[in-house]
Design a protein around this ligand. Sequence first.
Ligand code: PHE
Length: 452
Amino acid sequence: MALTNRHTDGFATRLGVLTATLGSAVGLGNIWKFPYMTGDGGGAAFLIIYLLATLAVGLPVMIGEIMLGREARANAVGTWKNLAPGTPWFLVGAAGVLAAFLIMAFYTDVVGWVFSFIVRAATGQLNSTDPKVGEAAFSAMVSHPWHALFWQWGVLALVGGILLGGVSKGIEKTTKVLMPLLFLMLLAVCVRSLMLPGAAQGLAFLFAPDFSKVTVDVVLNAMGLAFFKLSIGMGTMMTYGSYFRSDADIPLTTARVMLADLVVSLLAGIAIFPAVFNYGLEPTAGPGLLFMTMPAVFSSLPLGQVFMTVFFLLTGIATIGAMLSLFEVPVALFAGSGMMSRKAAVIATALGLAAFGVPATLSFSTLADVSVFGKNFFDLYDFLSSNIILPLGGICICLYAGWVWGGARSHAALSNGGTLANAAVIRVWYALVRYVTPLLVVLVLLKGLKVF
Ligand code: PHE
């Protein structure tokens, strides 16, 4: 196998492998998407289904994707070119790079809102028990083109600045600090939230299953969420896999990441739902929950402003690892192809992302009336990436790992050349990746395409 584009930088420690990968998984998905999808899907019933979806779909794809990246030691496109030279498989990587641009475009938009709310919370602008105050602040911000772009570009500059440091000195070092900090802050907000009068109701909602709300749609949405949550199907985990140490235990690391990520989602639910019930609001209030309801809830508490600021700060912190991993996909491609230095690749990617981000950000102001396939740019980017490219990439990864790369090589790769005693785990993974996972993901894709 002719290996080209191999990098010299990578994660230096096994802890760094874990924090960087977990950092990619944790993000807006936990705090913004997960709570309201849980609300829609019958609380704990959704949790159970989501858990099954991650086991049957999320983990198998994640393991295969990281494995292929580590074997090839190259970026999202280079990996396919190394493993399957002269074939069209590299197109899977190219689609992934496009997905990285699409996701970052709307993701940085929302993160920009979060960052601006950190400042508003800290300066006392959101101190009101009336949700209308949060609502007014929110709509003033999204409807003001330059305001929204200012925050989005600031976020891009921050993430690009970290990436200039490289993989181990940039991504690894940052996530090693941010992940523990996130857990501490989240725990503090949870404790506060559990002291609210609505806590019992909030917990009951989160942990007592209501299976009557579970439909085929809910199950397919849970599988789709597993893709977005675990950052799989688009080359992010492939790129990170290429930075994995050769002695890192891939199945164990992915299982730990999946569990820790689930814990973050549950803690986010514990932080948010008691507050929602305390206020007599609907748990399915949608994404607006974060920006409109939460400020009002915190304002009614002693030390509310402090907790509100911590809440938005921890949301911002949670998004950084995810953005680093998204941004790194094109950076690794541009720098790895030998066309430019890493610094030039970061700058080129930042400019590209800023340009891509404009239509998404202006979807709420200047371009509010423009729609493509019945969607504004913000929703279109989300739809194309989450509903189409990620599942398609997941299917291709399963097919390649299970049917082309094959059992013997997978076994050698996932047992680190026979040094890990995990043959049984690998056998289960291999059966899933060949026969079960791709079929389930095809259903997700068909649902995304509205075939049924
Ligand atoms: N997993 C991230 C989240 O939950 C989003 C993400 C998707 C990151 C795809 C990288 C790649 O917020």
